[in-house]
Design a protein around this ligand. Structure first.
Ligand SMILES: [Cu+2]
Length: 104
């Protein structure tokens, strides 16, 4: 419980940092890119995408039925990676933006 609270505080204070505290991973959306573009996590880990751009973005993987909805600037979206394998995702609003989440 305390650990979860600390992670939440870290993410609130350092949203732009690639915070990887235990099983929580951060992906920054900036300059029309997912940073890092490819992220490997363990099943059960949490991934938090934060939009640091001045326009909305999304995290969308249609096949995996994963959809963040539109993320306004400075908004975050938290996802628990349960299914093992490679999940390729895009920004639904700018499909040239691509990322890969590898769940091991
Ligand atoms: Cu976008």
């Amino acid at each position: 419980m305390l650990r979860a609270a600390l992670v939440a505080i870290c993410l609130a204070v350092f949203p732009a940092a690639a915070v990887a505290a235990g099983n929580t991973h951060a992906v920054r959306i900036e300059g029309m890119k997912f940073i890092p573009e490819r992220l490997e996590v363990a099943a059960g880990d949490i991934v938090v995408w934060t939009n640091k751009d001045f326009l909305p973005h999304s995290v969308t993987a249609r096949e995996a039925r994963v959809e963040s909805g539109d993320l306004a600037p400075d908004k975050s979206w938290r996802f628990t990676a349960r299914k093992k394998g490679e999940m390729r995702y895009i920004c639904r609003l700018h499909p040239v933006m691509k990322g890969v989440l590898v769940v091991k």
